[in-house]
Design a protein around this ligand. Sequence first.
Ligand SMILES: [Zn+2]
Length: 537
Amino acid sequence: MTGIRLYNTRTRTKEDFAPIDSANVRMYVCGPTVYDRAHLGNARPVVVFDTLFRLLRHEYGPDHVTYVRNFTDVDDKINARAAEMKAAGDARPLEAIIRELTDGTIGWYHADMDALGALRPTIEPRATEFIGQMIAMIAGLITTDHAYVKEGHVLFRVRSYCDYGRLSGRSVDDMIAGARVEVAPFKEDPMDFVLWKPSTDDLPGWESPWGRGRPGWHIECSAMSHELLGESFDIHGGGIDLQFPHHENEIAQSMCAYPHGDFARVWMHNEMLQVEGKKMSKSLGNFFTVRDLLDQGVPGEVIRFVMLSTHYSKPMDWTAEKAAGAEATLRKWRTMTFRSKADTITPAEFIEALADDLNSHQAITLIHKFARQGNGGAVLACARLIGLLTPELGDWFTFGEGTVSGDERIDEISMVRNEARQKGLYEFSDELRDMLIEIGVGVFDNKFSSAAYFEAENLKRTLQSEAWSFWRSGEIGKAKEIAAQAAEAGLKIYVDEDGPSAVTGIDEIKAQGFFERKILNILKRAREIRLEMGVPQ
Ligand SMILES: [Zn+2]
Protein backbone atom coordinates (compact mmCIF):
# COMPACT_ATOMS: atom_id res chain seq x y z
CA MET A 1 0.00 0.00 0.00
CA THR A 2 1.21 3.48 -0.84
CA GLY A 3 1.33 5.91 2.06
CA ILE A 4 -1.15 8.71 1.47
CA ARG A 5 -0.14 12.16 2.63
CA LEU A 6 -2.67 14.96 2.88
CA TYR A 7 -2.32 18.63 3.66
CA ASN A 8 -4.35 19.28 6.79
CA THR A 9 -5.67 22.85 6.89
CA ARG A 10 -5.99 22.63 10.65
CA THR A 11 -2.32 21.85 11.32
CA ARG A 12 -1.02 23.57 8.18
CA THR A 13 1.20 20.61 7.41
CA LYS A 14 1.21 17.69 5.05
CA GLU A 15 0.60 14.64 7.24
CA ASP A 16 0.73 10.90 6.80
CA PHE A 17 -2.83 9.74 6.51
CA ALA A 18 -3.73 7.01 9.00
CA PRO A 19 -7.45 6.23 9.12
CA ILE A 20 -9.14 5.60 12.46
CA ASP A 21 -10.46 2.32 11.06
CA SER A 22 -8.93 1.12 7.80
CA ALA A 23 -11.96 -1.14 7.32
CA ASN A 24 -14.16 1.96 7.22
CA VAL A 25 -12.41 5.14 6.11
CA ARG A 26 -14.84 8.01 6.64
CA MET A 27 -15.09 11.30 4.76
CA TYR A 28 -17.62 14.12 4.95
CA VAL A 29 -17.88 16.86 2.31
CA CYS A 30 -20.23 19.83 2.48
CA GLY A 31 -22.74 19.49 -0.31
CA PRO A 32 -24.92 21.91 -2.26
CA THR A 33 -27.88 23.98 -1.23
CA VAL A 34 -30.40 22.60 -3.67
CA TYR A 35 -31.78 25.86 -4.84
CA ASP A 36 -30.58 26.12 -8.41
CA ARG A 37 -28.33 24.50 -11.02
CA ALA A 38 -24.73 23.97 -9.89
CA HIS A 39 -22.38 26.57 -11.35
CA LEU A 40 -18.94 25.56 -12.55
CA GLY A 41 -17.29 26.58 -9.28
CA ASN A 42 -19.62 24.25 -7.35
CA ALA A 43 -18.30 21.37 -9.42
CA ARG A 44 -14.70 21.76 -8.33
CA PRO A 45 -15.03 20.24 -4.82
CA VAL A 46 -17.18 17.50 -6.35
CA VAL A 47 -14.42 16.50 -8.78
CA VAL A 48 -11.62 16.98 -6.22
CA PHE A 49 -13.20 14.88 -3.48
CA ASP A 50 -14.48 12.32 -5.97
CA THR A 51 -10.86 11.80 -6.99
CA LEU A 52 -9.84 11.43 -3.34
CA PHE A 53 -12.75 8.99 -2.84
CA ARG A 54 -11.45 6.95 -5.80
CA LEU A 55 -7.91 6.93 -4.41
CA LEU A 56 -9.13 5.84 -0.97
CA ARG A 57 -11.24 3.09 -2.55
CA HIS A 58 -8.22 1.97 -4.51
CA GLU A 59 -6.04 1.86 -1.40
CA TYR A 60 -8.48 0.52 1.21
CA GLY A 61 -10.94 -1.34 -1.00
CA PRO A 62 -14.18 -0.05 -2.50
CA ASP A 63 -16.28 -1.40 0.38
CA HIS A 64 -14.10 0.18 3.04
CA VAL A 65 -14.71 3.86 2.40
CA THR A 66 -17.80 5.81 3.49
CA TYR A 67 -18.26 9.14 1.76
CA VAL A 68 -21.06 11.39 2.98
CA ARG A 69 -22.12 14.54 1.13
CA ASN A 70 -25.22 16.37 2.26
CA PHE A 71 -28.01 18.19 0.49
CA THR A 72 -29.06 21.41 2.18
CA ASP A 73 -32.77 21.40 1.47
CA VAL A 74 -33.80 23.91 4.13
CA ASP A 75 -32.69 27.41 3.25
CA ASP A 76 -34.13 30.90 2.97
CA LYS A 77 -33.64 31.05 -0.81
CA ILE A 78 -35.53 27.78 -1.23
CA ASN A 79 -38.29 29.13 1.03
CA ALA A 80 -38.49 32.34 -0.96
CA ARG A 81 -38.77 30.44 -4.25
CA ALA A 82 -41.55 28.25 -2.79
CA ALA A 83 -43.35 31.31 -1.39
CA GLU A 84 -43.26 32.88 -4.88
CA MET A 85 -44.86 29.77 -6.32
CA LYS A 86 -47.52 29.83 -3.65
CA ALA A 87 -48.22 33.49 -4.27
CA ALA A 88 -48.57 32.68 -7.97
CA GLY A 89 -51.45 30.36 -7.13
CA ASP A 90 -49.94 27.02 -6.18
CA ALA A 91 -52.50 25.67 -3.70
CA ARG A 92 -50.40 22.90 -2.17
CA PRO A 93 -48.91 23.15 1.33
CA LEU A 94 -45.56 24.93 1.43
CA GLU A 95 -43.76 21.73 2.49
CA ALA A 96 -45.05 19.88 -0.59
CA ILE A 97 -43.90 22.68 -2.91
CA ILE A 98 -40.47 22.73 -1.25
CA ARG A 99 -40.12 18.97 -1.51
CA GLU A 100 -40.96 19.07 -5.21
CA LEU A 101 -38.57 21.98 -5.81
CA THR A 102 -35.67 20.33 -4.00
CA ASP A 103 -36.38 16.90 -5.54
CA GLY A 104 -36.12 18.52 -8.95
CA THR A 105 -32.90 20.35 -8.11
CA ILE A 106 -31.35 17.18 -6.67
CA GLY A 107 -32.21 15.42 -9.93
CA TRP A 108 -30.40 18.14 -11.90
CA TYR A 109 -27.44 17.97 -9.57
CA HIS A 110 -27.13 14.23 -9.99
CA ALA A 111 -27.38 14.45 -13.77
CA ASP A 112 -24.76 17.21 -13.95
CA MET A 113 -22.26 15.59 -11.57
CA ASP A 114 -22.74 12.18 -13.21
CA ALA A 115 -21.78 13.86 -16.47
CA LEU A 116 -18.48 14.86 -14.84
CA GLY A 117 -17.81 11.23 -13.97
CA ALA A 118 -18.28 11.79 -10.23
CA LEU A 119 -19.27 8.67 -8.33
CA ARG A 120 -22.30 9.08 -6.10
CA PRO A 121 -21.23 9.36 -2.46
CA THR A 122 -22.06 6.40 -0.21
CA ILE A 123 -24.72 8.44 1.60
CA GLU A 124 -26.37 11.70 0.53
CA PRO A 125 -28.41 12.84 3.53
CA ARG A 126 -31.01 15.57 3.20
CA ALA A 127 -30.99 18.06 6.06
CA THR A 128 -34.77 17.91 6.49
CA GLU A 129 -34.51 14.23 7.31
CA PHE A 130 -32.19 14.88 10.28
CA ILE A 131 -34.09 17.62 12.13
CA GLY A 132 -34.54 15.34 15.19
CA GLN A 133 -30.78 14.85 15.49
CA MET A 134 -30.20 18.61 15.15
CA ILE A 135 -32.72 19.37 17.90
CA ALA A 136 -31.08 16.80 20.20
CA MET A 137 -27.64 18.26 19.56
CA ILE A 138 -28.83 21.83 20.17
CA ALA A 139 -30.55 20.75 23.42
CA GLY A 140 -27.27 19.21 24.60
CA LEU A 141 -25.37 22.41 23.82
CA ILE A 142 -27.87 24.42 25.87
CA THR A 143 -27.49 22.01 28.81
CA THR A 144 -23.72 22.48 28.82
CA ASP A 145 -24.03 26.28 28.48
CA HIS A 146 -22.48 26.41 25.02
CA ALA A 147 -25.77 27.71 23.67
CA TYR A 148 -28.61 29.91 24.91
CA VAL A 149 -32.21 30.68 24.00
CA LYS A 150 -33.24 34.25 23.27
CA GLU A 151 -36.43 35.49 21.60
CA GLY A 152 -37.25 32.13 20.01
CA HIS A 153 -33.69 31.78 18.69
CA VAL A 154 -31.03 29.42 19.94
CA LEU A 155 -27.52 30.82 19.62
CA PHE A 156 -24.11 29.26 19.98
CA ARG A 157 -21.91 31.05 22.50
CA VAL A 158 -18.70 31.39 20.50
CA ARG A 159 -16.63 32.61 23.48
CA SER A 160 -17.37 29.31 25.24
CA TYR A 161 -15.12 27.41 22.84
CA CYS A 162 -11.53 28.47 23.32
CA ASP A 163 -10.23 26.99 20.04
CA TYR A 164 -12.64 28.97 17.91
CA GLY A 165 -10.72 30.37 14.91
CA ARG A 166 -7.95 27.78 14.96
CA LEU A 167 -8.91 26.26 11.62
CA SER A 168 -8.63 29.55 9.78
CA GLY A 169 -5.82 30.75 12.03
CA ARG A 170 -7.56 33.88 13.27
CA SER A 171 -8.59 35.12 16.67
CA VAL A 172 -12.21 35.84 17.46
CA ASP A 173 -11.46 39.55 17.70
CA ASP A 174 -9.79 39.59 14.29
CA MET A 175 -12.77 37.80 12.88
CA ILE A 176 -15.18 40.33 14.32
CA ALA A 177 -13.11 43.09 12.79
CA GLY A 178 -12.88 41.41 9.39
CA ALA A 179 -16.24 39.79 8.93
CA ARG A 180 -19.60 41.27 8.29
CA VAL A 181 -21.18 39.81 11.39
CA GLU A 182 -24.84 40.34 11.90
CA VAL A 183 -25.43 42.32 15.03
CA ALA A 184 -28.80 41.24 16.30
CA PRO A 185 -30.34 42.49 19.56
CA PHE A 186 -30.81 38.92 20.80
CA LYS A 187 -27.09 38.09 20.57
CA GLU A 188 -24.89 38.20 23.66
CA ASP A 189 -21.87 38.64 21.43
CA PRO A 190 -21.72 39.65 17.76
CA MET A 191 -19.87 36.41 16.87
CA ASP A 192 -22.57 34.13 18.25
CA PHE A 193 -24.35 32.27 15.50
CA VAL A 194 -27.81 30.84 15.07
CA LEU A 195 -28.50 27.17 15.75
CA TRP A 196 -32.27 27.46 15.57
CA LYS A 197 -34.57 30.22 14.44
CA PRO A 198 -38.32 30.72 14.72
CA SER A 199 -40.54 30.18 11.68
CA THR A 200 -43.62 32.23 11.03
CA ASP A 201 -46.69 30.46 9.65
CA ASP A 202 -45.70 31.18 6.06
CA LEU A 203 -42.34 29.42 6.47
CA PRO A 204 -41.53 25.74 6.83
CA GLY A 205 -40.96 24.74 10.42
CA TRP A 206 -40.65 21.92 12.89
CA GLU A 207 -41.82 21.68 16.48
CA SER A 208 -38.99 22.05 18.99
CA PRO A 209 -38.54 22.82 22.71
CA TRP A 210 -38.02 26.44 21.61
CA GLY A 211 -41.20 26.66 19.54
CA ARG A 212 -41.88 26.04 15.86
CA GLY A 213 -38.79 26.85 13.87
CA ARG A 214 -36.02 25.67 11.58
CA PRO A 215 -32.31 24.96 11.96
CA GLY A 216 -29.45 27.27 11.06
CA TRP A 217 -27.20 26.05 8.28
CA HIS A 218 -24.09 25.12 10.28
CA ILE A 219 -25.75 22.68 12.67
CA GLU A 220 -26.80 20.49 9.75
CA CYS A 221 -23.34 19.23 8.94
CA SER A 222 -22.45 18.65 12.58
CA ALA A 223 -25.61 16.65 13.24
CA MET A 224 -25.50 14.61 10.04
CA SER A 225 -21.79 13.78 10.20
CA HIS A 226 -22.22 12.68 13.83
CA GLU A 227 -25.21 10.51 13.00
CA LEU A 228 -23.62 8.90 9.95
CA LEU A 229 -19.88 8.87 10.71
CA GLY A 230 -19.61 9.06 14.50
CA GLU A 231 -17.88 11.39 16.96
CA SER A 232 -14.53 11.06 15.19
CA PHE A 233 -14.00 10.56 11.51
CA ASP A 234 -11.11 10.91 9.10
CA ILE A 235 -11.56 13.65 6.53
CA HIS A 236 -13.76 16.72 6.26
CA GLY A 237 -13.69 18.53 2.94
CA GLY A 238 -15.13 21.56 1.22
CA GLY A 239 -14.30 24.72 -0.67
CA ILE A 240 -11.96 27.25 0.98
CA ASP A 241 -14.88 29.70 1.04
CA LEU A 242 -16.50 27.48 3.69
CA GLN A 243 -13.54 27.57 6.05
CA PHE A 244 -14.92 30.56 7.88
CA PRO A 245 -17.49 30.78 9.28
CA HIS A 246 -19.10 27.47 8.28
CA HIS A 247 -16.33 25.07 9.20
CA GLU A 248 -15.26 27.00 12.29
CA ASN A 249 -18.86 26.79 13.46
CA GLU A 250 -19.12 23.10 12.67
CA ILE A 251 -16.00 22.43 14.74
CA ALA A 252 -17.21 24.55 17.66
CA GLN A 253 -20.61 22.85 17.77
CA SER A 254 -19.30 19.32 17.38
CA MET A 255 -16.37 19.63 19.78
CA CYS A 256 -18.60 21.17 22.46
CA ALA A 257 -21.40 18.65 21.95
CA TYR A 258 -19.06 15.62 21.85
CA PRO A 259 -15.90 16.63 23.71
CA HIS A 260 -14.58 13.08 23.78
CA GLY A 261 -14.45 12.83 20.00
CA ASP A 262 -12.06 14.50 17.56
CA PHE A 263 -14.80 15.45 15.08
CA ALA A 264 -12.81 15.52 11.81
CA ARG A 265 -9.09 14.77 11.95
CA VAL A 266 -8.01 16.05 8.53
CA TRP A 267 -9.50 19.20 7.03
CA MET A 268 -9.10 19.67 3.30
CA HIS A 269 -10.06 22.74 1.33
CA ASN A 270 -10.06 23.24 -2.40
CA GLU A 271 -9.25 26.67 -3.78
CA MET A 272 -11.67 28.65 -5.90
CA LEU A 273 -12.35 28.65 -9.62
CA GLN A 274 -12.00 31.59 -11.96
CA VAL A 275 -13.02 32.02 -15.57
CA GLU A 276 -10.52 33.43 -18.06
CA GLY A 277 -8.57 34.99 -15.20
CA LYS A 278 -11.55 36.66 -13.55
CA LYS A 279 -13.72 35.80 -10.61
CA MET A 280 -16.92 34.22 -11.84
CA SER A 281 -19.83 36.55 -11.25
CA LYS A 282 -23.19 37.36 -12.72
CA SER A 283 -22.26 41.01 -13.07
CA LEU A 284 -19.17 40.20 -15.17
CA GLY A 285 -21.25 38.03 -17.46
CA ASN A 286 -18.89 35.07 -17.04
CA PHE A 287 -21.19 33.11 -14.79
CA PHE A 288 -22.30 29.76 -16.09
CA THR A 289 -23.54 26.44 -14.88
CA VAL A 290 -22.17 22.99 -15.57
CA ARG A 291 -25.31 22.39 -17.61
CA ASP A 292 -24.60 25.49 -19.75
CA LEU A 293 -21.23 24.03 -20.71
CA LEU A 294 -22.63 20.56 -21.37
CA ASP A 295 -25.34 22.09 -23.53
CA GLN A 296 -22.70 23.97 -25.51
CA GLY A 297 -21.19 20.60 -26.36
CA VAL A 298 -18.27 20.68 -23.92
CA PRO A 299 -18.00 17.02 -22.82
CA GLY A 300 -18.17 16.38 -19.07
CA GLU A 301 -14.92 14.47 -19.42
CA VAL A 302 -13.22 17.62 -20.73
CA ILE A 303 -14.49 19.63 -17.74
CA ARG A 304 -13.16 16.95 -15.40
CA PHE A 305 -9.79 16.88 -17.15
CA VAL A 306 -9.39 20.66 -16.94
CA MET A 307 -10.26 20.63 -13.25
CA LEU A 308 -7.80 17.85 -12.47
CA SER A 309 -5.02 19.61 -14.39
CA THR A 310 -4.66 22.08 -11.52
CA HIS A 311 -3.80 20.96 -8.00
CA TYR A 312 -6.82 21.38 -5.73
CA SER A 313 -4.97 23.75 -3.39
CA LYS A 314 -4.31 26.28 -6.16
CA PRO A 315 -6.80 28.68 -7.71
CA MET A 316 -8.04 27.18 -10.95
CA ASP A 317 -8.63 29.13 -14.10
CA TRP A 318 -11.21 27.81 -16.56
CA THR A 319 -10.34 28.93 -20.09
CA ALA A 320 -11.66 27.97 -23.50
CA GLU A 321 -8.08 27.27 -24.54
CA LYS A 322 -7.61 24.75 -21.73
CA ALA A 323 -10.87 23.06 -22.68
CA ALA A 324 -9.71 22.77 -26.30
CA GLY A 325 -6.36 21.35 -25.16
CA ALA A 326 -8.06 18.86 -22.86
CA GLU A 327 -10.34 17.72 -25.64
CA ALA A 328 -7.39 17.16 -27.98
CA THR A 329 -5.54 15.15 -25.33
CA LEU A 330 -8.55 13.01 -24.48
CA ARG A 331 -9.18 12.42 -28.18
CA LYS A 332 -5.59 11.27 -28.57
CA TRP A 333 -5.71 9.02 -25.49
CA ARG A 334 -9.05 7.51 -26.39
CA THR A 335 -7.79 6.77 -29.88
CA MET A 336 -4.55 5.17 -28.73
CA THR A 337 -6.27 3.05 -26.07
CA PHE A 338 -9.13 2.03 -28.32
CA ARG A 339 -8.03 -1.60 -28.28
CA SER A 340 -6.07 -1.60 -25.01
CA LYS A 341 -7.00 -3.39 -21.83
CA ALA A 342 -6.31 -1.49 -18.64
CA ASP A 343 -3.32 -2.94 -16.79
CA THR A 344 -4.42 -4.70 -13.63
CA ILE A 345 -1.59 -3.09 -11.70
CA THR A 346 -1.51 0.69 -11.85
CA PRO A 347 2.08 2.01 -12.12
CA ALA A 348 3.46 2.80 -8.66
CA GLU A 349 4.74 6.24 -9.64
CA PHE A 350 1.21 7.23 -10.63
CA ILE A 351 -0.26 6.13 -7.29
CA GLU A 352 2.58 7.91 -5.51
CA ALA A 353 1.76 11.15 -7.32
CA LEU A 354 -1.89 10.95 -6.29
CA ALA A 355 -1.02 9.84 -2.78
CA ASP A 356 1.13 12.96 -2.43
CA ASP A 357 -1.70 15.24 -1.36
CA LEU A 358 -3.76 14.32 -4.40
CA ASN A 359 -1.34 15.72 -6.95
CA SER A 360 -3.63 15.28 -9.92
CA HIS A 361 -1.53 17.65 -12.00
CA GLN A 362 1.49 15.36 -11.70
CA ALA A 363 -0.76 12.32 -12.25
CA ILE A 364 -1.87 13.73 -15.60
CA THR A 365 1.74 14.51 -16.55
CA LEU A 366 2.52 10.82 -15.98
CA ILE A 367 -0.38 9.70 -18.17
CA HIS A 368 1.09 11.90 -20.92
CA LYS A 369 4.37 10.08 -20.44
CA PHE A 370 2.77 6.62 -20.73
CA ALA A 371 0.92 7.81 -23.82
CA ARG A 372 4.16 8.96 -25.43
CA GLN A 373 5.60 5.51 -24.69
CA GLY A 374 2.61 3.95 -26.44
CA ASN A 375 1.69 2.12 -23.23
CA GLY A 376 -2.10 1.96 -23.67
CA GLY A 377 -2.61 -0.41 -20.76
CA ALA A 378 -0.97 1.98 -18.30
CA VAL A 379 -2.76 5.00 -19.78
CA LEU A 380 -6.12 3.32 -19.26
CA ALA A 381 -5.37 2.04 -15.76
CA CYS A 382 -4.16 5.46 -14.58
CA ALA A 383 -6.80 7.54 -16.32
CA ARG A 384 -9.63 5.37 -15.00
CA LEU A 385 -8.35 5.64 -11.46
CA ILE A 386 -9.01 9.37 -11.63
CA GLY A 387 -12.29 8.95 -13.47
CA LEU A 388 -11.10 9.66 -17.04
CA LEU A 389 -11.34 7.44 -20.16
CA THR A 390 -14.16 5.51 -18.52
CA PRO A 391 -16.72 3.92 -20.84
CA GLU A 392 -19.48 6.03 -19.23
CA LEU A 393 -17.76 9.30 -20.17
CA GLY A 394 -17.00 8.20 -23.73
CA ASP A 395 -20.28 9.20 -25.38
CA TRP A 396 -18.87 12.31 -26.96
CA PHE A 397 -15.94 10.62 -28.60
CA THR A 398 -15.77 9.57 -32.20
CA PHE A 399 -12.62 9.23 -34.24
CA GLY A 400 -11.75 12.49 -35.94
CA GLU A 401 -12.89 12.73 -39.53
CA GLY A 402 -10.25 13.21 -42.15
CA THR A 403 -7.12 12.76 -40.09
CA VAL A 404 -4.17 11.64 -42.13
CA SER A 405 -1.32 9.25 -41.62
CA GLY A 406 2.17 10.48 -40.89
CA ASP A 407 3.08 12.87 -43.64
CA GLU A 408 6.24 14.89 -43.37
CA ARG A 409 4.74 17.85 -45.21
CA ILE A 410 2.05 18.12 -42.55
CA ASP A 411 4.67 17.74 -39.84
CA GLU A 412 6.58 20.69 -41.29
CA ILE A 413 3.45 22.81 -41.42
CA SER A 414 2.67 21.88 -37.78
CA MET A 415 6.18 22.92 -36.81
CA VAL A 416 5.71 26.35 -38.38
CA ARG A 417 2.37 26.70 -36.60
CA ASN A 418 4.09 25.92 -33.30
CA GLU A 419 6.78 28.52 -33.96
CA ALA A 420 4.12 31.11 -34.77
CA ARG A 421 2.20 30.31 -31.60
CA GLN A 422 5.32 30.55 -29.49
CA LYS A 423 5.90 34.01 -30.87
CA GLY A 424 2.30 34.96 -30.21
CA LEU A 425 1.69 35.34 -33.96
CA TYR A 426 -1.64 33.55 -33.80
CA GLU A 427 -2.87 34.99 -37.09
CA PHE A 428 -0.28 32.84 -38.89
CA SER A 429 -1.02 29.66 -36.98
CA ASP A 430 -4.74 30.19 -37.44
CA GLU A 431 -4.33 30.80 -41.16
CA LEU A 432 -2.47 27.50 -41.57
CA ARG A 433 -4.92 25.72 -39.31
CA ASP A 434 -7.85 26.83 -41.44
CA MET A 435 -6.07 25.70 -44.58
CA LEU A 436 -5.40 22.27 -43.07
CA ILE A 437 -8.95 21.83 -41.84
CA GLU A 438 -10.23 22.75 -45.26
CA ILE A 439 -8.48 19.76 -46.77
CA GLY A 440 -9.62 17.47 -43.98
CA VAL A 441 -6.59 17.32 -41.70
CA GLY A 442 -7.49 17.19 -38.01
CA VAL A 443 -5.71 19.97 -36.12
CA PHE A 444 -5.59 20.09 -32.35
CA ASP A 445 -4.00 22.83 -30.33
CA ASN A 446 -3.34 23.17 -26.67
CA LYS A 447 -1.58 25.73 -24.59
CA PHE A 448 1.84 24.33 -25.31
CA SER A 449 1.80 22.87 -28.76
CA SER A 450 -0.22 22.14 -31.79
CA ALA A 451 -0.30 19.04 -33.85
CA ALA A 452 -2.15 17.35 -36.63
CA TYR A 453 -3.03 13.96 -35.28
CA PHE A 454 -2.73 10.79 -37.21
CA GLU A 455 -3.75 8.13 -34.73
CA ALA A 456 -7.18 7.44 -36.13
CA GLU A 457 -5.68 6.78 -39.52
CA ASN A 458 -2.98 4.57 -38.04
CA LEU A 459 -5.54 2.60 -36.14
CA LYS A 460 -7.65 2.19 -39.22
CA ARG A 461 -4.66 0.84 -41.12
CA THR A 462 -3.83 -1.60 -38.32
CA LEU A 463 -7.37 -2.86 -38.29
CA GLN A 464 -7.42 -3.15 -42.05
CA SER A 465 -4.23 -5.19 -42.10
CA GLU A 466 -5.56 -7.47 -39.36
CA ALA A 467 -8.72 -7.95 -41.38
CA TRP A 468 -6.52 -8.80 -44.35
CA SER A 469 -4.62 -11.50 -42.49
CA PHE A 470 -7.90 -13.17 -41.54
CA TRP A 471 -9.14 -12.80 -45.10
CA ARG A 472 -6.04 -14.46 -46.49
CA SER A 473 -6.38 -17.42 -44.14
CA GLY A 474 -9.99 -17.83 -45.20
CA GLU A 475 -11.52 -16.57 -41.96
CA ILE A 476 -13.95 -14.19 -43.65
CA GLY A 477 -16.20 -14.04 -40.56
CA LYS A 478 -13.38 -12.74 -38.40
CA ALA A 479 -12.39 -10.16 -41.03
CA LYS A 480 -16.00 -8.94 -40.99
CA GLU A 481 -15.98 -8.76 -37.19
CA ILE A 482 -13.02 -6.42 -37.35
CA ALA A 483 -14.80 -4.31 -39.94
CA ALA A 484 -17.80 -4.11 -37.60
CA GLN A 485 -15.57 -3.14 -34.70
CA ALA A 486 -14.00 -0.42 -36.83
CA ALA A 487 -17.42 0.82 -37.89
CA GLU A 488 -18.40 1.25 -34.25
CA ALA A 489 -15.47 3.61 -33.93
CA GLY A 490 -16.49 5.49 -37.05
CA LEU A 491 -13.73 4.04 -39.22
CA LYS A 492 -14.89 2.78 -42.56
CA ILE A 493 -13.53 -0.63 -43.45
CA TYR A 494 -15.48 -2.69 -45.95
CA VAL A 495 -15.16 -6.38 -46.56
CA ASP A 496 -16.42 -7.42 -49.96
CA GLU A 497 -15.45 -10.10 -52.48
CA ASP A 498 -12.16 -8.29 -53.19
CA GLY A 499 -11.13 -8.34 -49.53
CA PRO A 500 -11.03 -5.63 -46.85
CA SER A 501 -10.67 -2.08 -48.02
CA ALA A 502 -10.52 1.10 -46.02
CA VAL A 503 -12.06 4.37 -47.03
CA THR A 504 -11.94 7.78 -45.46
CA GLY A 505 -12.72 11.13 -46.86
CA ILE A 506 -9.05 11.91 -47.11
CA ASP A 507 -8.35 8.83 -49.22
CA GLU A 508 -11.00 9.90 -51.64
CA ILE A 509 -9.56 13.38 -51.78
CA LYS A 510 -6.07 12.01 -52.28
CA ALA A 511 -7.29 9.78 -55.07
CA GLN A 512 -8.45 12.85 -56.92
CA GLY A 513 -5.06 14.49 -56.74
CA PHE A 514 -6.70 17.36 -54.88
CA PHE A 515 -4.88 16.67 -51.65
CA GLU A 516 -1.46 16.64 -53.26
CA ARG A 517 -1.93 20.05 -54.83
CA LYS A 518 -3.48 21.58 -51.75
CA ILE A 519 -0.94 20.29 -49.29
CA LEU A 520 1.88 21.67 -51.42
CA ASN A 521 0.14 25.05 -51.43
CA ILE A 522 -0.12 25.04 -47.67
CA LEU A 523 3.50 24.00 -47.31
CA LYS A 524 4.53 26.83 -49.59
CA ARG A 525 2.55 29.30 -47.48
CA ALA A 526 4.08 27.86 -44.27
CA ARG A 527 7.58 28.46 -45.64
CA GLU A 528 6.66 32.03 -46.55
CA ILE A 529 5.37 32.57 -43.02
CA ARG A 530 8.63 31.27 -41.63
CA LEU A 531 10.48 33.88 -43.67
CA GLU A 532 8.06 36.60 -42.56
CA MET A 533 8.70 35.62 -38.94
CA GLY A 534 12.43 35.96 -39.58
CA VAL A 535 13.28 32.36 -38.82
CA PRO A 536 16.54 31.47 -40.61
CA GLN A 537 15.94 28.81 -43.24
ZN1 LIG B 1 -20.90 21.73 6.03
